[in-house]
Design a protein around this ligand. Structure first.
Ligand SMILES: [Mg+2]
Length: 177
């Protein structure tokens, strides 16, 4: 098993099951669990959005093994995505934290995923960081983004929009290393 230096995550249909720029209308109100976690946010139209349930456990495991986490999203509404990342509250090593706090770098915009990853690397490791010097993976539901493999980034395909990123897919990725 080998942990990556950096794990990049697409957001729509990788971390949560919707397009946040077309399906959601802020502001959001939290459905808060007894222990303070927030797994579900309700938008102003009453639409309920939750993250895929295994995501916090995966991020916790990665971070506890020294992996840096980058979001790589082409969404047209980064402010909505940010609202979700701030609104969701999860357990991390026994504490309740906003999901956004588990990300080391947030990358947005109409660029290729490898450019999101490169920008994330410079933010975390400094300007001279080269994508080829790090073990990196990308979790993403759009198979066209497999082109990151040309740069040595391992592409992990999130095929099922119902299930999203699961512990099982994650374990298969780790074992393949
Ligand atoms: Mg996506």
């Amino acid at each position: 098993m080998g942990y990556p230096d950096v794990a990049a995550f697409d957001l729509d249909y990788t971390v949560w099951p919707c397009f946040c720029d077309t399906h959601l209308y802020p502001p959001f109100r939290p459905l808060t669990e007894k222990n303070g976690e927030v797994h579900t946010l309700i938008d102003s139209h009453g639409y309920e959005v939750s993250f895929y349930k295994d995501v916090p456990k995966i991020l916790e495991d990665l971070k506890n093994n020294g992996t840096k986490i980058v979001s790589a999203s082409r969404t047209w509404a980064p402010e909505i995505a940010r609202d979700l990342l701030k609104g969701f509250k999860v357990q991390f090593n026994g504490e309740i934290v906003p999901l956004i706090s588990l990300f080391d770098s947030l990358q947005w915009g109409e660029m290729s995923k490898v450019n999101h990853i490169k920008k994330g690397l410079s933010q975390i490791y400094g300007k001279s960081a080269d994508v080829k010097d790090y073990k990196i993976c990308l979790f993403d539901d759009e198979s066209r983004n497999r082109d990151v493999e040309r740069f040595g980034v391992k592409y992990v395909y999130i095929k099922d929009p119902e299930e999203g990123t699961t512990w099982k897919i994650y374990q298969m990725y780790l074992k393949g290393n």
